[in-house]
Design a protein around this ligand. Structure first.
Ligand SMILES: Nc1ncnc2c1ncn2[C@@H]1O[C@H](COP(=O)(O)OP(=O)(O)O)[C@@H](O)[C@H]1O
Ligand SMILES: [Mg+2]
Length: 337
């Protein structure tokens, strides 16, 4: 299911929470929407998932306009949309199986069919044997698995995840993201992943849109945006990601030798990550690179190296070094000190 948004707007009083967003979210993919708290992400999700009407603009699922559906059709359409949230939104009075059964009860499915589907879903999210568990006895990761199973109960074609891993530790986040990716493929879902964490975008998304103040400031393939961030907001997210690394994967950690910010951020992509470019330029031009921090991350199937450096010498020498780096396809950003 491809989702197309055209000039969507939603205001609360004088506050433009969603301020003219146009996006194409391709079918059969995990699409990230990242932004800081208050950027308008949850409001946007409510509009795309037809929970709220926009003030202006249009939403299409494939070729069909859906933002102005009459009530009965809206209810039908909404049954094929799954949603999961940061705080799980489970019924504490029901056990795991009863939570998963709930949306099917509403549609009037017969109890044997519900029972069978619940067993299937429990297996899908690796919670076999937990059907009678009261919600309060489950861990955060297990609760989110119940919520995912419930979201998938009526075989949706779109799954919205609004900060679905924000309350989970890094290791649990990892396993939930892996599960979502696996389910996306298995069910050919369109997954819209809302987050304020670049780790989530890096580990789970194929494409991403960055939003600030209700507007899209940047969008594209995750690998391209990691290598070539255009907006200040995106650069900030990336700096944060490599600075305060919560990654469990030892070889992806950014090593910091100095707290002081370097003058330049260098990004090496693909082949250039394992070539001795710096020492070659250093030799050729007689400049020194003082490396303040560095690391390599895996983004999708690609490796992107990041280094924060300052460069010795006068402005002219530095400029020559920068030109040489760029001619080796290194992406150079000048940090504001
Ligand atoms: N129902 C509402 N009434 C008034 N203001 C709201 C409402 N929902 C969201 N807002 C405001 O809209 C802005 C965007 O909020 P939200 O979409 O929740 O952002 P995010 O999910 O990115 O943190 C915030 O300033 C928030 O206070
Ligand atoms: Mg939100």
């Amino acid at each position: 299911m491809q989702i197309v948004l055209k000039e969507l707007k939603r205001s609360y009083g004088t506050l433009h929470a969603v301020d003219g967003i146009s996006l194409t979210i391709p079918s059969n993919t995990v699409f990230g929407i990242i932004g800081r708290s208050g950027a308008g992400k949850s409001t946007l999700v409510r509009l795309i998932s037809l929970l709220e009407y926009p003030d202006a603009g249009e939403v299409y699922y494939d070729e069909v306009r859906v933002d102005n559906l009459p009530k009965p059709e809206l209810i039908q359409r909404r049954r094929r949309i799954g949603m999961i949230f940061q705080n799980f939104n489970l019924f504490s009075s029901r056990n795991a199986a009863e939570n998963i059964a709930y949306p099917m009860e509403i549609t009037g499915m017969d109890s044997e069919a519900i029972h069978n589907r619940v067993q299937e879903l429990l297996a899908l999210v690796s919670l076999e044997g937990k059907e009678h568990a009261p919600i309060s006895t489950l861990s955060g990761g297990q609760k989110q698995r119940v919520a995912i199973a419930r979201a998938l109960a009526c075989k949706p074609d779109i799954l919205f995840c609004d900060e679905a891993t924000s309350a989970l530790d890094p290791q649990t986040t990892h396993s939930i993201l892996a599960l979502i990716k696996e389910i996306q493929k298995k069910m050919a879902l369109t997954v819209v992943m809302i987050t304020h964490q670049m780790e989530v975008v890096r580990d789970a998304c194929d494409q991403v849109a960055v939003i600030t103040d209700g507007k899209v400031v940047e969008q594209g393939k995750v690998t391209d945006i990691f290598a070539h961030p255009a907006s200040e907001v995106t650069k900030d997210f990336l700096t944060h990601l490599i600075g305060v690394d919560e990654s469990e994967k030892e070889n992806e950690k950014m090593v910091q030798w100095s707290k002081k910010k370097g003058a330049y951020t260098l990004r090496f992509r693909g082949d250039s990550t394992d070539q001795p470019i710096l020492s070659k330029i250093s030799r050729d031009l007689g400049v020194e690179f003082n490396i303040r921090a560095g690391g390599v991350q895996k983004v999708g199937n690609e490796e992107i190296g990041t280094m924060i450096v300052d460069i010795s010498g006068d402005a002219e020498t530095q400029q020559k070094a920068l030109d040489a780096l760029r001619s080796e396809n290194v992406i150079v950003e000048e940090d504001q000190l």
